[in-house]
Design a protein. Structure first.
Length: 614
């Protein structure tokens, strides 16, 4: 039960106050004077060189671990010149620019596998080391700095007017180079505050999660105890509810599992000739709080209470003589002992419900905590997708997530997100930069074959869509993604455009040059469903090619274009109906959820929301 709650929380990426995170410069305010006062170029000192060398050494650790368990690890170490890497990682202030450049070229080559995050991390560390070493030792570094500042100033002026990701293209790398060369830190911080806002907001309504947890408890169990040396026998009927509640918390998500029930017990206790029949009513309560932040999922110990009231419903005397006398004495004795009996019953009931609730929830919470680390955090870290910012929070009725994914040469959102639909029980507001940044981390320079895709789908018990299979008369295909923006999503008002950039394609033994594939869809909201309607044909052209211009396609490009048009014309259908969202496991009963909101905005934000099932 709790495992599924945790899974939804994991899938849901939580919110502290938006303004607490986004308290930053507005990009529009940077229009008049985006740069401000420009400090003079300053050569980095020895400490900067030491930091870069140390950072390079730290970046080698994940790659070393990967290569140590890889069958091709020895070959990779030879190709990468591992000993030279270690020399630079320990060079400190003696970083060698020419050696660093040689190493960088190896990591930046067109070798399949170098796109893996462990390799990319080292490549980025090498680039940073080169920047600081050049700034410290090259006489032309000051001139390079001036050019970068001038270019950054122009880009930010344009971006302040247009407020689009396209207008900010190039800003991320410039900021990274300034940071790496230890220049203009205040300028970098000022612009970063405007272009490094969270690019993911998610929220889950309490009612959606509680549908998997809330349940009625109705059970009958025997009573078999000794109270003050007297055996007590009978039956107890417990009826109540298990409920999930959100607890307001600004800095982490807090949920509470509560058990509220009433136990009605009818018992008999016999001592000597006297049998006392009693009815006991015990109000039971147990609570356990579960916490989730960006690092872990954990829980408090169960807290339980019990309150018991009893009344005697009858008394039987098994004696031939003095029944009335015995009855009077027994009745008086029962009355005198009642407070003590109730106190004992309360204490036992409290401990019993605490132990039972702890036992019922402990293994599930332990599993959820393990899944949170092993199935959420670790996979994201291995792929390089783990957000630089991940915050969770809860209000009385919503669990929210705020995230930001952008490496130092990438930008994130630069405006506030649109409003989520008020009727949505599950909402996602994602900025195009999140998708584009993640795709660049994962796909830049990577080669994917039809065989690889088929294997991945087979592992997930899926089949390759007909649109991606090769025709009987066509050989298998492969695509090598471009290193810059391999997959790009662009949102505008009511329209979404997807571009796939390939630097190399193959079909069997035939090899083809770079080609960009793009398709645009308009969002259409009908009475009871949302559709994506393709806006024109799938566009397939070489990078920078202008249809209708003077330049013509080569024979090879025309052949590839024909192959890709045939394949991707099937992939990107003219009309796509957005189906209701199926929910997993114990949440399935709450679904499927119809889509309530699908918006795309000029500033790159997309807002998606699902309402309760009809």
């Amino acid at each position: 039960m709790l495992r599924h709650v945790a899974a939804v929380v994991v899938v849901s990426f939580s919110s502290i106050s938006i303004f607490g995170i986004c308290g930053a410069a507005d990009i529009a305010d940077l229009g008049k004077e985006p740069i401000g006062k420009v400090p003079p170029f300053k050569k980095p000192g020895e400490n900067a060189l030491l930091e870069a060398s140390t950072d390079l050494g730290e970046s080698l650790k994940p790659l070393n671990k990967l290569l140590s368990r890889s069958a091709s690890g020895v070959d990779w170490r030879s190709y990468l010149d591992w000993s030279a890497l270690e020399i630079q990682a320990n060079a400190g202030k003696e970083l060698d620019v020419s050696a660093l450049l040689k190493l960088y070229r190896r990591f930046n080559a067109d070798e399949n596998g170098l796109e893996m995050y462990q390799f990319v991390t080292v490549r980025r560390a090498l680039a940073a080391a080169i920047e600081v070493a050049v700034a410290a030792n090259n006489d032309q570094a000051s001139e390079t700095y001036t050019k970068r500042i001038k270019k950054l100033n122009g880009l930010m002026k344009t971006a302040a007017k247009e407020k689009t990701s396209k207008s900010l293209d190039g800003v991320g790398p410039l900021l990274a180079r300034l940071l790496e060369s230890r220049q203009a830190s205040k300028i970098v911080a000022r612009i970063r505050s405007a272009v490094d806002r969270p690019n993911l907001f998610m929220s889950v309504d309490e009612s959606l999660l509680s549908s998997a947890v809330n349940r009625v408890v109705d059970r009958v169990s025997p009573v078999n105890e000794f109270v003050l040396g007297t055996p007590v026998r009978g039956t107890g009927h417990t009826s109540g509810m298990v409920l999930l509640d959100f607890i307001p918390s600004a800095h982490r998500a807090v949920t509470q599992l509560s058990f509220q029930a009433t136990n009605l017990a009818n018992t008999k206790s016999t001592k000597g000739p006297v049998t006392v029949c009693s009815e006991g009513v015990t109000e039971l309560s147990a609570q356990k709080r579960i916490y989730i932040n960006d690092e872990r999922l954990w829980a408090d110990q169960t807290v339980a209470t019990a309150s018991t009231k009893t009344r005697m419903t009858g008394i039987g005397i098994k004696s031939r003589f003095g029944k009335n006398f015995i009855r009077r004495i027994a009745t008086k004795k029962v009355s005198e002992m009642k407070p003590k009996i109730e106190a004992i019953s309360e204490k036992r009931a409290q401990e019993r419900v605490r132990q039972e609730f702890e036992a019922e929830t402990a293994s599930a919470i332990s599993e959820a905590s393990r899944d949170y680390e092993q199935k959420f955090r670790q996979p994201l870290k291995v792929r390089g997708w783990y957000p630089e910012l991940l915050r969770m929070s809860t209000t009385d009725d919503k669990l929210a997530v705020v995230g930001r994914k952008a490496l130092r040469d990438q930008i994130a959102a630069f405006t506030s997100p649109p409003e989520a639909d008020s009727d949505a029980v599950l909402s996602v507001r994602v900025h195009e930069t999140l998708v584009n940044n993640a795709s660049e981390i994962t796909l830049a320079g990577r080669t994917i074959t039809q065989e690889f895709v088929e294997e991945q789908l087979k592992e997930r018990d899926g089949e390759l869509p007909e649109s991606l299979t090769s025709d009987p008369d066509q050989p298998p295909w492969s695509i090598t993604f471009a290193k810059r923006k391999p997959v790009e999503v662009n949102a505008s008002n009511g329209r979404i455009k997807l571009t796939v950039r390939g630097s190399r394609y193959t079909s069997g033994d035939r090899e083809f040059p770079a080609m960009d594939i793009s398709v645009a869809y308009r969002i259409k909201a009908d009475a009871d469903q949302i559709r994506l309607v393709r806006d024109g044909e799938v566009q397939i052209y070489p990078p920078g090619f202008i249809p209708g211009g003077d330049k013509k396609l080569s024979v090879s490009e025309t052949s590839l274009r024909r192959i890709l048009q045939k394949r991707f014309g099937k992939v990107f259908k003219e009309n796509i109906t957005v189906d209701p969202l199926e929910l997993p496991d114990q949440l399935a009963a709450a679904g499927p959820l119809p889509m309530e909101q699908f918006e795309a905005h000029k500033d790159g934000w997309m807002a998606i929301g699902w309402r309760e099932k009809d």
